[in-house]
Structures are given as C-alpha cells and as structure tokens.
Design a protein around this ligand. Structure first.
Ligand code: KG4
Ligand code: ZN
Length: 366
C-alpha cells in the first residue's frame, strides 16, 4: 500500500470537513465544505466603503476584514451546523492579493488550525477560481480550457487534470476586470465597474464607437507571442481619448451608453476569440469560466454563440464567480486528498506563484 502522508483514513482524505476563508481583496468570506463539492455553509460580505474612492483601498480593506472576520466565520459554521472542533482541515487564501488583507484570513485560520491541531492549507486564489464552477456543476471537470477573468488577472489555462496547468495566455498589462473598473471610472459609472458597464451597455449601441481589439489580428499563428495573450491598457486609453473629445464637443452625456456598449463589445470580442483559439489548439471538450468577469451575461452569451456547440460551456453561478471562500475550500479539499499535510509556517504573498502552472511552450510570449 502506498504510504499516506497524513495518516488519515481514506474517507477522511476524500471527504474532509473543510473550513476556509477568503480575504485577498474586498470580500470577507468563509465556507464550510464537505469534500470537494458539498457546500454546507457560506457567507460572503462585500465591503462597500471602496465605492467612495472608485477602487479598493488596501488599508481600508485590511481593517474591514479584521472587523468582519469573526462574525463571517461564525456565520458559515452556524449555517453548516458545525463548530471548530468538527473541522478536519483549515484553509485560507495565501495570495495573490493585497498583503494586509490576506494576512487577516491567513492568520485566523492558522491560529484555529494550531489550536485544534489540524492541518492548515495555504491556497492560491487563482487556482481556487478554477475549482469554483465544479462546486455547482459536476461536469466542470478536466480536461478543459479555463478563461479566468478577474480584477487582477486574465488567464487562459489548459487544465488536463487538476493540479497540472498549462498557461496558454495572460494579460500583458491590465486585467479584463481592471479595464472594466477603470473605464467605468472614466465614464463616471462608479465601482465595481463590470456590472455598471453591463447595465449602461444595455441601452447603448455597441457599434457606435470603433474601439481597438488589442492583440487580435487574423494573421496571427499559435507560435506568435501574442496569439493567446491579452492587453487591455491601450483600449482603456482609447476610451479616455474619445471621452475627452466628446467632452470638448459637449456630447459626452448623451454618449455614455454607447461608449459602455462599444467598450464592452471590444473586450468581449477579444476574450471570445482567444478562448476559441485555445479550444481549437487544445481540442478540449469544454470551457470553464472563472473570476468576477464571468458574472457578465454578455460574455456568457457571446461565448455560447461563438462556440456554436463545438464544446460545452460551464459557468459558475454569480456567487461563485466573484471572490468567495467556497472555492478556497474546494481547492483545499483537492490538495488534502492528494496528500498535502499542512503548513503552519505558510505566509501570505502578494505575488504567490500559481502551483503546477507552466507556460505553454507553444504559446511563447516572453
Ligand atoms: O474575481 P473577482 O471578484 O475579484 C478579483 O479576484 O479580482 O473579480 C472582480 C472583477 C471586478 O473587476 C468587476 O468589475 C468584475 O469582476 N465584474 C464584471 C462583472 N461583474 C463583476 N465584469 C464585467 N461584467 C460583469 N457583469
Ligand atoms: Zn478573484
């Protein structure tokens, strides 16, 4: 029999009761999960204060996590009908994210694990986004192409099996969600930008302005550095330039909806085209979306239309698309089942490396 690193019984290995916290940005969240998918308790508290500033203020985020975390953890445990003594595995996001914010959740969970003499598992936030969809949809499992689109990241990953990740493409500058947030600020729509732009776009004409589709040319080939990569910063500047000239002409007020719709269309065109390229390249049978921008109905519809039955599209419910602790717990259950033994010496890192991720040799970008 192969040695079992934790010494735990097989049923505990596969269906441990996991308590996880997510505090990498502006959501304080805790979840209790049995095994990789059975969600027993889940609380997500979004911090509102940042909307005053048009973006997340790290110091405010860290303080708000401290104020909320006890109640959020207690709420998740109550919902699950469990107490700390029942928990087999403790987990928290260790990065990437805001360092002060990360430390709040990580320190809480490490202390609890130490007190209860149970393993603590540090989890990578973006790897966890890969697991989110499968909590609600049992078919969202490898092999698949993942499009991860959040406020901090934009990544196309070929997932042949859990734990082994081939990075096909990523953003060279702004993340997709970040572009939505910055353009929403330019248009005076507030924060978070994605949903506000999507709302404004509903009443706009997406052909009104011809914004660029960055890194998307029809003559690119898979060997080209920019075939799978993204870039959104130039698009944002192009919106800014247009806004300034409309302002000078006194036409800005009447153009907001058209600007939102045309910008959103440009981002989505690029995301869809690159995802379809990844699908052709990998021949994966399904696509899994993750990250806050996956909450966009317009993106889902455009992907569905573009796919035209070539592969199945798996999208997380909105609550599991944006930041949440259920996905952290699910990733922890996977690593525990694989034999991870816990690391009380783990620390938070703003730039934590993605475990098991390797840049594809075909899609060379640097
Ligand atoms: O994954 P997430 O909750 O946090 C990070 O890890 O960054 O993603 C947040 C991002 C924000 O940039 C927000 O504007 C974007 O997700 N977002 C959307 C939509 N809902 C949220 N972007 C486009 N359309 C949406 N409906
Ligand atoms: Zn996220």
């Amino acid at each position: 029999m192969p040695p079992r690193r934790t010494g735990a019984a097989p049923d505990l290995m596969e269906r441990p009761l996991v308590l996880a916290v997510e505090s990498s940005c502006d959501e304080t969240s805790a979840a209790v999960l049995r095994g990789p998918r059975e969600l027993l308790g889940h609380v997500i508290l979004s911090q509102d204060a940042h909307s005053l500033y048009g973006g997340v203020v790290p110091e405010i985020a860290a303080r708000a996590h401290i104020a909320a975390i006890d109640d959020v953890v207690a709420g998740a445990l109550r919902e699950a009908g469990a107490d700390l003594a029942a928990i087999d595995v403790f987990a928290a996001t260790a990065g990437p994210g805001l360092i002060g914010a990360l430390l709040v959740g990580l320190t809480w969970m490490k202390a609890a694990a130490w007190a209860r003499e149970r393993p603590f598992l540090p989890i990578h936030h973006m790897e966890a986004h890969l697991f989110a969809t499968a909590i609600a949809d049992p078919h969202a499992v490898p092999p698949f192409v993942a499009l991860l689109v959040s406020g901090g990241h934009t990544m196309l990953i070929h997932v042949r099996e859990w734990g082994t990740y081939e990075l096909l493409g990523e953003t060279r500058d702004d993340a997709a969600g970040e572009a939505f947030d910055k353009v929403a600020k330019i248009l005076g729509l507030g924060y978070p930008g994605g949903p506000r732009i999507e709302n404004a776009a509903r009443e706009g004409d997406d052909t009104a302005f011809d914004f660029p589709r960055p890194m998307l040319a029809t003559n690119q080939r898979p060997e080209d550095a920019d075939y799978f990569d993204f870039s959104f910063s130039g698009l944002k500047t192009s919106v800014l330039t247009r806004v300034r000239s409309l302002e000078r002409e006194g036409k800005l007020g009447s153009s907001i909806h058209d600007l939102a719709a045309s910008f959103q269309r440009a981002v989505i065109d690029v995301l869809v085209a690159k995802t379809l390229r990844a699908l052709d390249w990998t021949r994966a049978p399904r696509i899994v979306l993750g990250g806050g921008v996956a909450a966009s109905r317009s993106l889902r519809t455009a992907l569905d239309d573009g796919l035209n039955g070539r592969a199945t599209l798996h999208v997380p419910p909105p609550r599991l698309a944006t930041d949440n602790a259920a996905m952290i717990a699910s990733a922890a259950a996977f690593h525990f089942a694989r034999g991870a033994t816990g690391a009380l010496d783990a620390t938070a890192r703003a730039d934590l490396p993605f475990p098991g991720l390797e840049r594809s040799r075909t899609a060379r970008s640097r």
